[in-house]
Design a binder for this molecule. Structure first.
Ligand code: NAD
Length: 502
């Protein structure tokens, strides 16, 4: 980190990053070395804040996935990694955590240019949490073990917790490096090897991460990165007969394709981290300052490109006007713009496609009769910036209240009673996050129990930690990332029976 985290990234660093990643076309990182694509196919990576080309990546397909899977298989079955004890893997994860920390400013700047999110958030959230996740799983690596069981009869039974084998990982663009670490940490702690397909919009930090893995001493073939599009590289990975498991983060529609491909190939294990339409419920006794702050974080953090964003705000009639007044003035005061400016609170949306989609939803909201209380338009002339947008008078059946927008757009939904609000909050196909703001402990816990959601935050929003499981109910997916639970996704249990004689 620079001497002052309140400074812009240094211009020498910016130049170095731009020069390095604009060398074209970039290659895949397979078996601990840079590997050329088998065809001339490429795709462009754009800086969403300037709409300028940042890099040209190799567009991998079946041939590159085959090559990466075979390197990962070899490393898993017979490479030096096979001989690593859990303690060795833990030591490696600690070395890697230290290296990521050492290169945090470089990685934050690279991600900022590639993703468009504010440098301040990268320095305060993405990078520190990536380091924490690696540290956390370094602690687990030598604690993955089985149990002994005494069934009836003269037997001694023990279980072994073994790795899955070769694990595919396919991730979304909203937290490119952090989401990679969420899969990498438990996969390595569990003794697996990996083939990672980063998002085509933001693949650069994954490539740099792979280099750091090599520098930290990870043997050949253990972590491989193939850049490419979902329908080619992603599809090839999910259909590969020698991949044992795929951890996927993205849209539920893509999750369905992943499950189908897994089912039709080798029944590889699948875990899915998908989208959401999360309710944020304010009770009439809530601490208003806290609830407004939580609501802002819930919807506008990371430009609203958060799977668990609190995009449905349930307000009791009594609080509607004062709460909305505060929310609107806070939203209007947010600093939207240059992600490299450390004072920026909201950066650019990831792509033209996402930008158009968000503006399309805003038009739909207006056409369906919702009342625009703030924002509702692009910000500036260049770059994919959208003003923080608040819709009032939203009805449950409107598209903006039902569908995931994945942008800085919140719908205000008035309600009358607690029973009604719980039922309406649950009336969605999603179930990822939910929040309740109240000073009444009984009401808080009784609502938390009723909400069909993998996470419920009480008097906070978007609180995360490496030790706390995160994942979905319903069509928000299954399997839990982070915490001890994630190890269950990357290990399998074997029971060994010993006959002790008659
Ligand atoms: P997406 O589904 O379009 O893409 C996600 C990944 O899947 C990308 O790497 C893409 O290349 C790949 N992909 C696309 N088609 C594929 C196919 N046929 N086979 C295999 N892979 C394929 O999603 P996105 O637009 O990148 O991300 C946004 C979505 O991700 C939102 O719905 C968001 O809520 C969700 N998300 C969920 C979490 C979570 O933890 N639950 C976290 C971040 C994002």
């Amino acid at each position: 980190m620079p001497a002052s985290v309140s400074a812009r990234p240094e211009s020498a660093l910016l130049e170095q990053i731009k020069n390095r990643w604009s060398r074209e076309p970039l290659q895949h990182f397979i078996d601990n070395r840079w590997v050329e694509n088998s065809t001339r196919e490429t795709f462009e990576v754009v800086n969403p804040a300037t709409e300028e080309r940042l890099a040209v990546c190799a567009s991998g397909g079946k041939a590159e996935i085959d090559r990466a899977v075979s390197a990962a298989r070899k490393a898993f079955e017979s490479g030096p990694y096979r001989k690593w004890s859990g303690r060795d893997r833990g030591k490696f994860l600690r070395r890697l955590a230290d290296l990521v920390e050492k290169h945090a400013e470089e990685l934050a700047t690279l991600e900022c240019l590639n993703n468009g999110k504010p440098i301040a958030e990268l320095r305060a959230v993405d990078l520190p949490m990536t380091v924490e996740v690696l540290h956390y799983y370094s602690g687990w690596a030598d604690k993955v073990h089985g149990e002994t069981i005494q069934p009836p009869g003269n037997y001694f039974v023990y279980t072994r917790r073994e790795p899955m084998g070769v694990c595919g990982s396919i991730t979304a663009w909203n937290f490119p490096l952090l989401l990679t670490s969420w899969k990498f940490g438990p996969a390595i702690a569990g003794g697996n090897t990996m083939v990672h397909k980063p998002p085509e919009q933001a693949p650069l930090s994954s490539l740099r991460f792979a280099e750091l893995c090599r520098e930290a001493g990870l043997p050949d073939g253990v972590f491989n990165v193939v850049t490419g599009l979902g329908e080619t590289a992603g599809e090839a990975l999910t259909r590969h007969p020698d991949v044992d498991k795929v951890g996927f983060t993205g849209h539920y529609q893509t999750g369905q394709l992943v499950m189908k491909a897994a089912a039709e190939s080798n029944l590889k294990r699948v875990s899915l981290e998908l989208g959401g339409k999360s309710p944020n419920i304010i009770l009439d006794d809530a601490d208003l300052d806290l609830a407004v702050r939580g609501t802002l974080t819930g919807i506008f953090f990371n430009q609203g490109e958060v799977c668990c964003a609190g995009s449905r705000l349930f307000l009791p009639k009594k609080l509607h006007d004062p709460f909305l007044d505060r929310l609107v003035s806070a939203a209007n005061a947010r600093k939207v713009g240059d992600p490299l400016d450390p004072k920026t609170e909201q950066g650019a949306q990831i792509s033209q496609e996402q930008f158009d989609k968000i503006l399309g939803y805003i038009e739909k909201g207006k056409a369906e009769g919702a009342k625009l209380a703030s924002g509702g338009a692009r910000c500036g002339e260049r770059g994919y910036f959208v003003r923080p947008t608040i819709f009032d008078g939203v009805q449950d059946e409107m598209a903006i209240a039902r569908e995931e927008i994945f942008g800085p757009v919140i719908s205000v939904l008035p309600y009358e009673s607690l029973d009604e609000v719980a039922q309406r909050a649950n009336a969605t196909c999603y179930g990822l996050g939910a929040a309740v703001f109240t000073q009444n402990v009984q009401k808080a816990h009784s609502l938390a129990a009723k909400l069909k959601s993998g996470t419920v935050w009480i008097n906070c929003y978007n609180a995360f930690d490496a030790s706390v499981p995160f994942g979905g109910y319903k069509m928000s997916g299954f399997g839990r990332e982070l915490g001890q639970h994630a190890l269950e996704l990357y290990t399998q249990v074997k029971a060994v029976w010993l006959n002790l004689g008659s």
